[in-house]
Design a protein around this ligand. Structure first.
Ligand SMILES: *Cc1c(COP(=O)(O)O)cnc(C)c1O
Length: 431
């Protein structure tokens, strides 16, 4: 493998990254060679390309080990000390560890670690606080709200009456005055702060103030930045929100799953909204994996990784801007960058396809006030979590931004693809 001198390999303290050396276990190879080959090819695909999809990361090896451990077979409906199944003593201890670590890491009075995804955690948050037909004020889907914030194709839009706030057209930022005006006009039972495509810090205190004025609950939709909050690099919603919805698989590098944080007063309602209202038995291997991820997130390696993700995103946004790919809000405070590719005469779909063909895996993204049809979109969305987990920092991510810009401006695809593959290989392959 040839690596140019500008590439710094992952340091010893970084967790090993995903890569080509993933080998299917012998049992899998024997029982299902077709699937074994398919998974090996997927590992190879990831090792040969750069993972820049905003919600993706590289699960830590310790978490993977816990996920494949014996708790995968345990049925444990209910909560520690109050299970419907026998033989749960050790499962209980694992869940209590995860809960304690979540409470400590986020300074949260109460934590529920059982939601299977951030969307099911949102469902439980609604179930804990609302009745069908209630009015909810949330970031509109067109401006970056998640589908669990009022899409008609989702339970949320079907069961609740959503009013959408957006961002300002001049600067791309949430306008607290618009939120206030809509809250006073519609008197929602709950206000949801946060979204999936907002690259700036959310002013949780401003949302809390509006919620208090209209006597609404405040739900923080904070799945995208959970790991940054853990590392102290994004303001925490926990002191302000009645219920915080977090994800363990995005920046936290844990199992695919959700996490609910709440006040003590709401603890019982939150717990009952998860089990038995929206779920049966918890996935105890995922709970164990969450415990591991939450412990890792308290460490210094994690803090350094999260710092690389944020500094890297800033460098990436700067490099894109220099190439004429306009970052929304002018940059980022987080691991997320959204950018307008229309100045280059491309749609978001065109840009996503062209990048994927060169091994740059990022997502098309409809921008606020996007004139293009939703299926085409004018923007792209990128996240630096996986790259930072592999050891990349601002220097590499600035180069990645330049490569993306050159490619989208019609630069030489063969040279750019070769450089992407070189970077990808240099930072993968240590799992
Ligand atoms: C990622 C995300 C979700 C959805 O998470 P899933 O685990 O895929 O259900 C919901 N809301 C926000 C804000 C997110 O960032």
């Amino acid at each position: 493998m040839s690596v140019t001198p500008t590439v710094h390999g992952p340091t010893e303290t970084d967790a090993p990254a995903a890569g080509a050396r993933w080998e299917p276990a012998e049992a899998l190879r024997r029982a299902d060679p077709l699937l074994a080959d398919l998974l090996a090819a997927e590992a190879e695909r990831r090792a040969e390309s750069l993972q820049l999809l905003a919600g993706e990361n590289i699960t830590s090896p310790a978490v993977l080990a816990a996920l494949g451990g014996p708790l995968i077979d345990k049925y444990a409906e209910g909560y520690p000390g109050r299970r419907h199944h026998t033989g749960c003593a050790l499962a209980d201890t694992a869940e209590l560890l995860a809960v304690d670590r979540a409470r400590q890491l986020f300074a949260a009075p109460h934590a529920n670690v059982q939601p299977r995804s951030a969307t099911s955690a949102m469902l439980a948050a609604y179930a804990a606080l609302l009745r069908p037909g209630d009015t909810v004020l949330a970031m509109s889907l067109e401006h970056g709200g998640h589908l669990s914030c009022g899409s008609r194709a989702n339970f949320s839009g079907r069961w609740f009456d959503f009013v959408g706030y957006g961002v300002r057209e001049d600067n791309g930022l949430i306008d607290p005055e618009q939120v206030r005006e809509l809250a006073h006009r519609h008197r929602p039972k709950a206000i949801i702060a946060g979204g999936i495509s907002y690259p700036r810090h959310v002013d949780w205190a401003a949302f809390r103030a509006v919620a208090d004025e209209v006597d609404a609950y405040l739900i923080a939709s904070a799945a995208q930045t959970t790991g940054l909050v853990a590392a102290g690099l994004a303001p925490s919603p926990v002191p302000y929100a009645d219920v915080t919805v977090a994800a363990t698989h995005k920046l936290l590098r844990g199992p695919r799953g959700g996490l609910l944080l709440s006040t003590v007063e709401l603890a019982d309602r939150v717990d009952r909204a998860v089990f038995p209202f929206t779920q049966g038995g918890a996935a105890m291997n995922e709970v164990a994996g969450k415990a591991v991820a939450l412990a890792e997130a308290a460490g210094e390696d994690f803090a350094a990784y999260a710092r690389r993700a944020v500094d890297g995103a800033r460098a990436l946004a700067g490099a894109l801007a220099e190439q004429g790919v306009r970052p929304m809000t002018g940059g980022t405070d987080t691991h997320l960058v959204t950018a307008d590719v229309s100045p280059l005469g491309l749609s978001g779909v065109d840009a996503e396809r062209r990048c994927a063909a060169a091994g740059l895996m990022l997502g098309k993204c409809a921008l606020p006030f996007d004139p293009a049809p939703a299926a085409e979109a004018s923007g792209i969305r990128l996240g630096t979590g996986a790259a930072a987990a592999q050891g990349m920092g601002p220097a590499e991510l600035a180069e990645v931004g330049t490569l993306i810009g050159e490619l989208l401006r019609g630069g030489p695809q063969a040279r750019i693809s070769a450089r992407v593959r070189e970077l990808a290989r240099a930072f993968s392959g240590r799992r």
